[in-house]
Design a protein around this ligand. Sequence first.
Ligand code: DAH
Length: 370
Amino acid sequence: MNDVISLDTLREQITADIENASDEKALDAVRVAALGKKGSVSGQLKSLGKMSPEERQTAGPAINGLKNDMAALIEAKSATLKKAALEARLTSEKVDVTLPLQAGPMQRGSIHPVSQTLDEITAIFSDMGFAIAEGPDIESDYYNFTALNFPEGHPAREMHDTFFMKAKPVAEGEESNGNKMVLRTHTSPVQIRTMENQEPPIRVVIPGRTYRCDSDQTHTPMFHQLEGLVIDKSSHIGQLRWVLEEFLKAYFEVDNVKTRFRPSFFPFTEPSMEVDVQCDRSGNEVKIGEGNDWLEILGCGMVHPNVIRNCGLDPDIYQGFAWGMGIDRIAMLKYGMPDLRDFFDADKRWMEHYGFRPLDLPTLFGGLSS
Ligand code: DAH
């Protein structure tokens, strides 16, 4: 009789424990405590051995019944707990797909129009077989002026609004070599450096920063130029014209451009010319390749024999052509920025408006600006 009561008590206890188990771990502890090797129900089963056959006949089914019922209860509770855990997880990991997208890193940065324009220009000239050359921003008076056939005291030196560096103190008894340093006023000194270091044939474009003491809507003290130089035994002005017209068509992404070569003066070229490109200014923006107007776009010419000689080459053997243009200026023309000073203000809103998508490198086959 005692056993029967204790079995009922055991059933109540274990049932309550199962109900109170709040997670799988607690439930497993209840299972071990009841049905494990040393568990309370297992203990009852072991006691069957000590019973008389008659006692066993009633106690056996009762204990086994308890064991099976508890196992079934535990299994049911385990299923309930698993379902609850899954539901809790689903709630906590819920994603609201209607929320606005967060800007990824690709949307955050953008490429400055000067970098974009430079990439476009170099893509075009690389395709024509030009290499890229570079030189220092702080340049000697010799490379910036003298070697380029600017005579000492020539007014063209003044026209450049040069930033001169402080002259180096001269030691006593020593004569100044007159080689003052300047912030280069154009990329042309790299023509000299290239001819000094490279055997013709030379075909290079030279991008870089340049400096002049000037500031208004279309001038900033620091700006960018791109120089071109070709030196060979049979270079001529027809090639110069072809190169420039092909460049202008590719850069402005139009099928045809009309150009006008006007006589001009640069000390380092003879003859010297300025190139105008046909354009239409009737609307809000300047359209290249149509209309009745002209826009000055670059300077060029045949390299002066003095310049070739200054680089140690024989002008009776070698000749060539060169050109120079403002990168910022042609960026403004193509992309419609009205004020050059904004280029260097580091205004994030301006960059968001005029900047270009990163990793979208301009190529001739993939499209320059699209
Ligand atoms: N260096 C000139 C300037 O800054 C531009 C230029 C004109 C470069 C004619 C050239 C050239 O190579 O041939 O105004």
